[in-house]
Design a protein around this ligand. Sequence first.
Ligand code: COA
Length: 318
Amino acid sequence: MRYSKILGTGGYLPEKILTNNDLEKIVDTTDEWIITRTGIHQRHIAAEDENAVTMADRAGRVALDVAGLKPTDIDMIIVSSTTPYMVFPSTACLLQERYGIAGCAAFDLNATACAGFMYGFSIADQFIRTGAINHALVIGSEVMSRVVDWDDRSTCVLFGDGAGAVVLGPSSEPGVLSTHLHADGTHKDVLYLPLGNNKTPNLESVKMMGNQLFKLAVNILGDLFDETLEKNNLQKSDVDWLIPHQANIRIIQAMAKKLEMSLDHVAITLDKQANTSSASIPLALDEAIRDGRVQRGQLLLMEGFGGGLAWGSALVRY
Ligand code: COA
C-alpha cells in the first residue's frame, strides 16, 4: 500500500500584534466581550510589505527544512488563500518562482475559505497515494486584516494574519488514513466576501451571520467526525489530538465534547492568533508538533469549515 505522510510543517506569523485592548480604541468592544464570546486575546497583523506570497514563502521554507527536502524535490504546490496577492498568477505560481522550481504543478484554492487547507491537503493526498507525484507542499496563507471591515465590531475582532505549511510525501505505512470533503452552497449567505465590482481594491469585506454560522458549524462538524471515524472503524477514544480550524473557542469546546476529549488534547492557537482562515489548521498543527505535544505515531483528527459553506477533515497517523 502507498500512503501519503506528513514529512514537515512550518508556520509564519507577522511581527505586529493587535490586542483586544488595542481594538477597544478602534470599535465599540471590550477585551472581556471578545475573550468570553470567542476565546481570542490577540491577533497578528501583516506589515505593509507582507502579503500571502511572502508569508507562504516563509512558512514553506520552514516546512521543507523540517522535512529535509529542497524546493526542487517538490512536485506540486497548493496554496489555499481567500486573500491572494493577485487573482492570477496564483500565489502558488508566485511562490514557485521565488523557490526557483519552474515546471511543477502549482495552483491556488480560493473558493473554499477557511476549509481551504483541508481541500488542499486532500488533493495532495490523492496525488501522492496514486503515485502521480511524490512530494507536495500544501500551504494556507491569509491576510485577513485586508478584507475585514474595521468599523464592524462583529467581524473585525475575529480574524488575524499568518501562514502555515505542510510537506506531504510517500510512505509504505499510514500516513493519511482518509480525507473527507463537503460543501453546501445553500448556506451561501451565512459567510461571504464579495468582489468589489472592479473597484480598487477589488474586494469588499467579510460579511457574516455569526449566530447561524455557529450553529451550522457545530452540527456539520459533529457529523463530519462520525463520518471520519466510521470510515476507518475507529472510536473517539482512538484519537490522540484534535487539530481544529480556529474560529471560536466555544465551537472548539463543543467539538472536544463531541469527541469526549479533554481540551488538553486539542491544539489551540486561537487565543494568540485569532482566526487566520485557511492558515489556522497548519499553524495549530505546526505549533503542537514544534513544542513536542504531537508525537510520531499519534492519531490526529484535523477539521476545517468556512464560507461556501465548505468543510473537510482528515484522519492522520502522524
Ligand atoms: N464587542 C461587543 N459586542 C459585540 C461585538 C463586539 N466585538 N460583536 C457583536 N456584539 C454584540 C452584538 O451587537 C449583540 O448585541 P445586541 O444583543 O445588543 O444585538 C451581542 O453582542 C450578541 O451578538 P451575537 O452575534 O448574538 O453574539 P454571539 O454570542 O453569537 O457571538 C460570534 C458572536 C461572532 C463570536 C459567534 O457567533 C461566532 O463565533 N460565530 C461563528 C463565527 C465563525 O465561525 N466564523 C468563521 C467561520 S470560518
